[in-house]
Design a binder for this molecule. Structure first.
Ligand SMILES: [Zn+2]
Length: 469
């Protein structure tokens, strides 16, 4: 926008500058059209939605629709909704001091209407930043009409104002988001009475507060989110409210491992590690992403709630942390996660999975172990040809064994690499990289792969793992 506008402080100057206001949905549309022309993305930082969610969202905005995002947990619904503020103008003029962000040309509240009548062109205006034109509320059963729309202020009534006087109303979150975007997350959790209030506001632009009909011609774009199962189950949402959300947009989990990995790398917390270098073998990233894919496909896990991308992100952070602990203790400058670190992912996985039959007392750790074994096997098979490992097996068949642990220094893995014929070639198939930490990770991966293919036994001895024929 023209920065010179920000120096304007009265409605008269604003008019003389030729400034025009438009309804929020028109403003969003105009900004979207400009972004489309300039081939600018509307959801920066969101991976994997370009051909699906983004298209539907753009259509929804072009059509001026109220939108509801349907998806399981951890599909970036809230984040997508928050990014919609990027489609608002950087600043808009409002009547100074108005709770409802009134349009200076056409205020709706009594205070601003009388001020405009008295002061005319001298009516003072302020410039409202787009970040302040967005509000969101997580729907829970105790969210009330008072929270969302408003309540009668008994003090003002006591002061002698009539109940019907709108100045007795203390406005809730939605009127305060007038001329902006209001998001309600988990819409089906709102109680019916509040749903009715919301519908009246969207449809009739008036609302009942304590039995009093109050006209509130707000200009708000409503966006909601819900779990698809809750949204479709009978009786959770009143039909007229459902009908008001003209566009239903289905979100989804990453459709391929590469997208899951890209999100994981982008979102994982990056803590400064001045004395150490983080190196992660590509197959380790694949295992962590594959674990989440296995969980999503598992019949033992509740599909209605889903398995969030956050599981992947947190597992990645846990596994890196375990590797960092080892590196620090061993005085190594390289932090390189390897398969024996994957046990640290249990802690970050278990609490986030909702089991389908929790009553049967199944052990969640066992489930995670099964899923992890499946993930490791798949990644191993993607990179390593089992037949090519015959020379490696010969070494074990001669009675030798190898012990590994998540505490062993990386250089200790270089010895078996020299001793065991064929291991070097096997490690090469995993393309780990050159450093000791990455090679140690690959050695463990080869051993674990052989174990999961029932070619080697694996025993736990004092926190170490012994692989033998
Ligand atoms: Zn006002």
């Amino acid at each position: 926008m023209d920065q010179k506008l920000l120096a304007i402080h009265t409605v008269g100057e604003l008019r003389r500058a030729g400034y025009k206001t438009s309804p929020v949905r028109v403003e969003m549309r105009d900004n979207l059209v400009r972004k489309l022309r300039e081939r600018e993305t509307i959801l920066p930082g969101i991976i994997g939605y370009d051909d699906t969610v983004v298209r539907e969202l753009e259509n929804g905005i072009l059509a001026g629709h109220h939108m509801i995002f349907l998806g399981q947990r951890g599909q970036a619904k809230s984040r997508v909704i928050r990014l919609l503020t990027g489609l608002l103008d950087e600043f808009i003029p409002v009547v100074e001091g108005c709770d409802l962000n009134d349009n200076p040309y056409a205020p709706i509240c009594r205070r601003c209407r009388s001020m405009l009548a008295e002061q005319g062109d001298d009516l003072p205006i302020a410039w409202l930043e787009r970040e302040h034109r967005y509000a969101e509320k997580l729907a829970t059963p105790d969210v009330s009409i008072a929270d969302l729309i408003g309540e009668v202020d008994p003090i003002k009534v006591a002061e002698g104002r009539y109940l019907a006087d709108e100045e007795t109303i203390h406005y809730g979150l939605i009127p305060r988001t007038n001329r902006g975007i209001f998001a309600i997350n988990e819409l089906p959790d709102l109680v019916e009475k509040v749903q009715v209030g919301l519908f009246n506001l969207m449809e009739e632009r008036d609302v009942q507060i304590k039995g009093h009909k109050v006209r509130l011609p707000l200009d708000v774009v409503f966006v909601a989110s819900a779990n698809p199962e809750d949204y479709t189950s009978r009786g959770r949402i009143i039909t007229p409210l459902k009908d008001r959300f003209d566009a239903q947009i289905r979100t989804h989990y990453p459709r391929c491992l590469a997208e899951e990995i890209a999100i994981m790398e982008q979102e994982a917390t990056r803590l400064p590690r001045p004395d150490a270098q983080l190196t992660v073998a590509p197959f380790m990233k694949e295992i962590i992403a594959q674990l989440t894919f296995e969980a999503r496909a598992s019949s033992e896990i509740n599909h209605a709630s889903g398995v969030s991308v956050r599981v992947t992100i947190n597992n990645y952070e846990s596994v890196i942390a375990n590797a960092e602990r080892r590196a620090t203790r061993n005085g190594e400058s390289e932090i390189a996660p390897r398969p024996s670190d994957l046990y640290s992912a249990y802690a970050s996985t278990v609490g986030k999975l909702e089991l389908e039959y929790p009553a049967e007392g199944r052990n969640e750790d066992e489930l995670v172990e099964r899923l992890l074994n499946r993930a490791v096997t798949k990644v191993f098979d993607r990179h390593v040809k089992l037949e090519a490992l015959k020379p490696v097996l010969t070494y074990f068949q001669q009675g030798h064994g190898v012990e590994v642990s998540d505490e062993t220094p990386a250089v200790d893995y270089l010895e078996p690499l020299r001793q065991i014929k064929g291991l070097q070639e096997a490690v090469g198939m995993l393309k780990p990289g050159e450093s000791p930490g990455l090679i140690a990770a690959a050695v463990e991966m080869v051993l674990e792969g052989l174990h999961l293919h029932k070619k080697l036994n694996k025993e736990r001895v004092n926190g170490r793992f012994a692989y033998r024929a």
